[in-house]
Design a protein around this ligand. Structure first.
Ligand code: ADP
Ligand code: SF4
Length: 686
């Protein structure tokens, strides 16, 4: 199909200093948990973006010197020439697809503790290291240090050029980069020529921009990644109120402005708390002050919104981290007029969590993310079926839907049976919770693909029994029947049921999904520690009931720190009036109240409670599997050659895990060479 002429503007080529981008799709720097630890995986992932049509593909922040060692985070590294080869081979691949390669050179100053190099961190001032509250300080740089830093940056730029990069970034973000800290009014209290007036505070940034241009500017574009807004406002820490002046002063210094906002939880706002294009109000002033191209982000997945950003003069390039992760082929799909094939990012930030957990990135929407090299998985292509056997998939949650979709793409005859009258499983229910509508895209993308497949038959309202399955006698049966929430309090804290549960009305999340009347005062016991407890508290509070959320964790929805949602959730619960009691477990239940116990001190107190909502853990809905697996002879007699359970019905986990499990099952069906270690490993050569 041809592309819609309305989107032609997205395919204009744009000059960036000495290089030209073939279109306006720009994959901005983003962490990925692969970087220096899993370089082949990182390289293949970036090359996939180039294949998918992004005109520019950038690295994550790449540390340039042992005094700016980013460990234990897994980012890029360019300390000396031995770091060049992996980037050089990555760039060859990126160039083969006609894209430009960019590198974000970074020295994060006092943000990181140099835990690997054991060098003393450097700062604009004596200041505590911020990462993980590590008990160490950075030392204030003197003039010799500053000149050494300029040399390191210049040498890194030269190495980047030798590695074949087309765009070399200067990274300026107060609180996350040395150069940004020099610029900051709050952090830079120096009295030398690098402190005090704005001119002095800008000196280092200006020098680095000039050094970089001098070193590599004849062939490489010099980009400036600059945080325009920090919104710390009224508390007096606002150090970016001078943003306009800074952009005005430096307007023509870089070849490209890459602008965003601080902190990361705002920059990558989860969909629960921000919509597509949310950065416009902060970054729109930049283009008015410079003739250089501007790239910005905002979880852009709709080509109409992208066109609007360009036409209204907000941006020149559509920057993307998450949308390029969820769909590395987004530009190609727009170009080929296949808008409905775009796998839209849902804004859940599971990808971000990989940075905190320091493992290869995963994505809820794109199960192939991070698997491009180690499993040779392509986000768009999949091997054709290896046999003519049919497949019955039972359960149409994220696992079953993705499994049926990928099997259908392989050419298998697939029957998808779902007990409910709607598709989507848990996603269909959870996307109705406050702020989670975009999560429905997990269902929508797959349903929409399956609907176009003549070889996938969907049966709604079909709760299959073991007898039904035996009678159907389909050669391969895949069970994706999900799970149910426990209601007895067993979870991370309690291994046995909470005593006295019969004394109050006890509910589980399914009751809230079903709209059951739940009377206040409600106590939610959240030992799950991800989003569910918090979002149910918000929902129930919206309908006017008194809600107290009790959790043994130190923070409400504690694991959402890894998805950048925690601060947002805490503020939201405070706004709507949910009472949060952290570091407490429920210890007893009596008519009209529950007793809670502090997890450290053991001190107990009572809370009024009419309804107790348990959000602790889930149990696989695996009865069907267990019953069928118990009678292998009957399976054989009915022609069932394989019986597999996947997703939450094997072990409840994230939606991303369910999608991955569905995809994996579809790829591995009929495979006879499944390895004990199911992927290629990156080994250090000795
Ligand atoms: P997952 O996250 O693993 O995909 P979900 O709980 O989201 O799991 O989805 C499981 C789906 O399976 C639900 O939509 C549920 O209605 C369906 N299901 C469960 N048991 C049966 C069954 N016996 N027959 C058909 N569908 C079933
Ligand atoms: Fe988007 Fe979630 Fe995928 Fe990240 S993990 S790219 S937020 S869908």
């Amino acid at each position: 199909m041809a592309r819609d002429p309305r989107y032609d503007i997205l395919f204009d080529s744009v000059r960036i200093g000495p290089v030209t981008a073939k279109n306006r799709f720009f994959q901005v720097p983003h962490c990925n948990g692969m970087g220096m630890s899993y370089p082949n995986a990182m390289s293949a992932m970036r090359q996939m973006k180039a294949e998918g049509g992004w005109a520019v593909v950038c690295t994550e922040e790449t540390d340039i010197h042992p005094t700016g060692d980013l460990s234990p985070l897994v980012e890029g590294r360019l300390w000396d020439d031995r770091d060049i080869p992996i980037f050089a081979s990555m760039n060859e691949g990126i160039h083969r697809h006609g894209a430009l390669a960019g590198i974000e050179l970074a020295h994060t100053g006092p943000r990181d503790a140099c835990l690997y190099s054991r060098e003393v961190p450097l700062g604009v001032a004596h200041t505590p290291v911020s990462a993980g509250d590590y008990p160490a300080q950075a030392r204030a740089m003197d003039n010799a240090d500053i000149q050494a830093f300029r040399r390191w940056h210049r040498e890194a730029a030269l190495r980047a050029k030798r590695a074949g990069f087309d765009i070399v970034y200067v990274y300026c973000n107060a609180g996350a980069s040395l150069i940004g800290d020099f610029l900051s009014r709050a952090r830079n209290q120096r009295t030398d020529e690098y402190g005090g007036s704005l001119k002095n505070r800008m000196r280092l940034l200006r020098e680095i921009l000039e050094d970089t241009r001098d070193a590599v500017g004849s062939t490489c574009a010099v980009a400036l990644r600059y945080v325009v807004d920090d919104q710390v406002g009224a508390d007096g820490r606002a150090d970016l109120v001078e943003s306009g002046e800074i952009v005005e002063h430096l307007a023509e210094f870089p070849d490209l402005w890459d602008v965003n906002i601080r902190d990361w939880a705002r920059d990558s706002t989860p969909s629960r708390f921000g919509t597509e294009g949310f950065q416009e109000e902060f970054v729109s002033f930049v283009k008015k002050l410079t003739t250089k191209p501007v790239v910005g982000v905002g979880r852009f997945t709709s080509p109409d919104t992208m066109v609007s950003q360009i036409r209204r003069g907000i941006l020149d390039f559509i920057g993307a981290a998450r949308p390029s992760i969820a769909d590395p082929f987004l530009p190609r799909k727009v170009e080929e007029g296949r808008i409905e094939d775009i796998r839209e990012c849902i804004g859940c930030n599971m990808c971000v969590s990989a940075d905190f957990t320091m493992v290869p990135m995963r994505c809820t929407q794109n199960p192939t993310m991070g698997e491009e090299w180690r499993k040779d998985w392509h986000p768009e292509n999949i091997p054709a079926k290896s046999s003519d056997e049919a497949v019955l998939v039972i359960g149409a949650g994220p696992a079953g839907l993705e499994c049926a979709r990928a099997l259908g793409q392989r050419g298998y005859e697939v029957t998808l049976a779902e007990a409910r009258s709607v598709l989507g499983g848990r996603v269909d229910q959870e996307c109705r919770l406050p702020g989670l509508a975009a999560w429905g895209r997990v269902r929508d993308y797959r349903v929409q693909q399956i609907q176009r497949m003549a070889n996938v038959q969907v049966y709604l309202g079909s709760r299959l029994s073991p007898e039904d399955i035996l009678e159907l006698g389909v050669a391969n049966v895949i069970l994706a029947t999900g799970c149910t929430w426990r209601r007895d309090g067993v979870g991370r804290w309690w291994n046995t049921p909470v005593p006295g549960l019969g004394a109050v009305q006890v509910y589980g999340p399914e009751d809230v999904f079903a709209g059951s009347p739940i009377e206040g005062p409600i106590v939610i016991y959240d030992d799950d520690r991800y989003y569910m407890g918090g979002v149910l508290a918000e929902k129930l509070r919206h309908s006017g009931r008194e809600v107290t959320l009790v959790t043994p964790a130190s923070d409400v929805s504690g694991w959402t720190r890894a998805t950048l949602e925690q601060g947002w959730i805490e503020r939201r619960l405070d706004e709507v009036g949910v009472v949060v009691v952290e570091k407490h477990a429920i210890s007893a239940v009596a008519p009209g109240d529950v007793t809670i116990r502090h997890v450290q001190t053991g001190r107990e107190r009572r809370l009024p409670c009419r309804s107790l909502l348990m959000v602790t853990m889930r149990l696989p809905a695996d009865e069907l599997y267990l019953e069928l697996a118990a009678t292998p002879d009957r399976l054989k007699a009915s022609g069932i050659a394989s019986l597999t359970r996947i997703g939450d019905c094997l072990a409840p986990s994230t939606i991303a895990s369910a999608v991955y499990a569905g995809h994996r099952a579809a790829r591995e069906i009929g495979a006879c060479d499944i390895q004990d270690i199911p992927f290629k490993r990156e080994m250090v050569t000795v």
